[in-house]
Unconditional design. Structure first.
Lengths: 113, 111
């Protein structure tokens, strides 16, 4: 079945550093999404990408939809303590499996003040 | 707007018992999803629905059933609870080709 490989699994960084994480797949996706999950909460959407090559920013966050449609990355600039949490990529395809939304394994981010 | 509402928030089941996890959304979204999240792991898709009357299996459907009689509701049924079903369950909804919004989760323990 479809799988998303997200890396790294975890990151320990100093406040102020930039962060980069990515997601790859053997399958093409029509939509890439990036979510953040805080402990005990449901995932919250950070950025949505709908077109190959699209580069989108949301404050200190920047994400790109890979040109091959099989990958995406998320960058966080100048990290702060509240960036701590688990970040998930998710891919969605339309057509025969219309609407199926698959998640990566997550990247756990720790920020040291 | 309430968004996506899940009930209950917590539940302890004995092995072999059955229960229904409720999920309702008030955003008139066609697409709804059920995921489970095991400790330290990502979200695994159990079932999803692209509209009322239409459901399909996800990655880990065994041991679960769903129905979608209305646009708003998408209940998940566990018929014979097993310890392997101990997990946090999340319901989500979306419009077509748009981002999914999640509920707060149901923490289920099977003992």
């Amino acid at each position: 079945g479809q799988q998303l490989n997200q890396s790294p699994q975890s990151m320990f960084i100093q406040e102020g550093e930039d962060v980069s994480m990515n997601c790859t797949s053997s399958s093409i996706f029509n939509t890439w999404l990036w979510y953040k999950q805080d402990p005990g909460e449901g995932p919250v959407l950070l950025i949505a990408l709908y077109k190959a090559g699209e580069l989108t920013s949301n404050g200190r966050l920047t994400a790109q939809f890979g040109i091959t449609r099989k990958d995406s990355f998320l960058n966080i600039s100048a990290s702060i303590p509240s960036d701590v949490g688990i970040y998930f990529c998710a891919g969605q395809r339309w057509g025969n499996q219309g609407g199926k939304l698959i998640f990566g394994q997550g990247t756990e981010l720790s920020v040291k003040p | 707007n309430a968004g996506v509402t899940q009930t209950p928030k917590f539940r302890i089941l004995k092995i072999g018992q059955s229960m229904t996890l409720q999920c309702t959304q008030d955003m008139n979204h066609n697409y709804m999803y059920w995921y489970r999240q095991d400790p330290g792991m990502g979200l695994k898709l159990i079932y999803y629905s692209v509209g009322a009357g239409i459901t399909d299996k996800g990655e880990v459907p065994n041991g679960y059933n769903v129905s979608r009689s209305t646009t708003e509701d998408f209940p998940l049924r566990l018929e014979l609870a097993a310890p392997s079903q101990t997990s946090v369950y999340f319901c989500a909804s979306s419009k077509r080709a748009a981002e999914a919004f999640f509920g707060q989760g149901t923490r289920l323990t099977v003992v």
